[in-house]
Design a protein around this ligand. Structure first.
Ligand SMILES: [Zn+2]
Length: 356
């Protein structure tokens, strides 16, 4: 068994999600042409998740990954037997021992079965594994999209400005672009130090086919907080930002910025360990949590509170105005439009009777 497989023995991975991320990342693998369908066409057989094999061209899902550690793999077509860490090395052309770091850095799904020096392995992986970034051209190529299709461009801008209340300054600050060909609004997602990691594209309007969000670029995103690179830049200046409001979506973060509040977005309901680490490195000390005003948002708040307090942050909860009951769909953007976003009450978790 590989050393990586021994480590995987103690790790809980969600194989279904992991395959999605591998499929996404494979677009940028040097081995992409071998089988562009690699890790696609998934189906769940109970104990295994099937997808297309990265070892040869195929469109049928012959390649199984066991849902149980150490995540054995078995291809019914070519007979390949192995474990997931080795498959990652083959698919992405990585050196021996790099596959496990790749999986641990960004695919780990929180729970660890046995005490293990995850932080050590991850930080080690960080130094030795180069995480691919997007070329800036992938973003700046949209600068002239208005000349390509003025109609689509204007529909998107009207949505952002008239429906969402964004002003041009905010849109320029966050480098928001329009991909007229795919009819998407483009949110660039950068690392703490400013590298372009991936583009989050949101379909314009509600009459679209397929997914509302499409991501392009590196699949590695568990260390990304939207907007954090602005805060990181000020870290060593006299304008250092020690306190941020933490929200779920880029548009929420931009809304808060427009109301004069430093904000970062988690890009979802889960605050990952790698994101917390980046927050620390950016010099943040106080976090005001302001997730969505629904059950899932409250659940996310609870989990994020625990992780942040454990990591030594001062944690407050920003409260929705009492006018809105607990299932009203109101969010940062709605509150911006009402002019209330900068007038919300914030309470320390210690006063909220929180069980940690
Ligand atoms: Zn195969």
């Amino acid at each position: 068994m590989s050393k990586g497989a021994e480590i995987l023995e103690n790790i809980s991975l969600d194989i279904w999600d992991t395959l999605d991320e591998l499929r996404f990342g494979y677009q940028h693998s040097p081995n992409y042409t071998l089988n562009p369908n690699s890790f696609s066409n998934k189906n769940d057989t109970g104990d295994w998740v099937m997808s297309c094999c990265p070892n040869h061209p195929e469109t049928r899902a012959s390649f199984g990954v066991s849902k149980e550690p150490p995540y054995h793999t078995n291809c019914f077509y070519c007979g390949y037997l192995g474990t997931l860490d080795v498959v990652v090395e083959i698919a992405f052309g990585l050196d021996e021992g790099e596959g496990i770091k790749f999986l641990l850095t960004d695919y780990i799904v929180d729970e660890v079965r046995a005490p293990l020096d995850i932080e050590g392995i991850i930080s080690d992986g960080r130094e030795n594994t180069k995480i691919p970034c997007l070329d800036e051209n992938e973003l700046t190529k949209f600068n002239y999209s208005v000349t390509e299709n003025k109609w689509v461009h204007d529909v998107a801008m009207s949505y952002l400005i008239n429906q969402r209340g964004m002003n041009i300054h905010t849109l320029n600050t966050y480098e928001i672009k329009i991909d007229v060909k795919n009819e998407c609004i483009v949110f660039p997602q950068r690392t703490r130090t400013g590298e372009l990691r991936f583009l989050q594209k949101r379909k314009i309007g509600n009459n679209y086919q397929g997914a509302k969000f499409i991501n392009e670029g590196s699949p590695i995103k568990k260390d990304i907080l939207f907007g954090l690179h602005f805060i990181n830049k000020l870290r060593t200046s006299e304008n250092r930002i020690r306190r941020v409001r933490m929200v779920e979506s880029p548009l929420d973060a931009m809304s808060n910025y427009q109301a004069g509040i430093a904000a970062v977005a988690t890009n979802g309901k889960i605050l990952f360990r790698n994101q917390i680490r980046e927050l620390q490195l950016a010099g943040v000390e106080v976090v005001d949590l302001f997730f969505d005003n629904d059950d899932a948002g409250r659940d996310a708040t609870k989990n994020a509170t625990k992780s942040l307090v454990k990591a030594g942050f001062i944690v407050n909860h920003t409260l929705y105005p009492p006018q809105f009951n607990k299932d009203s769909k109101v969010d940062s953007n709605d509150l911006l439009k009402l002019g209330w976003l900068d007038k919300l009450e914030t309470k320390p978790v210690s006063l909220l009777g929180y069980k940690l």
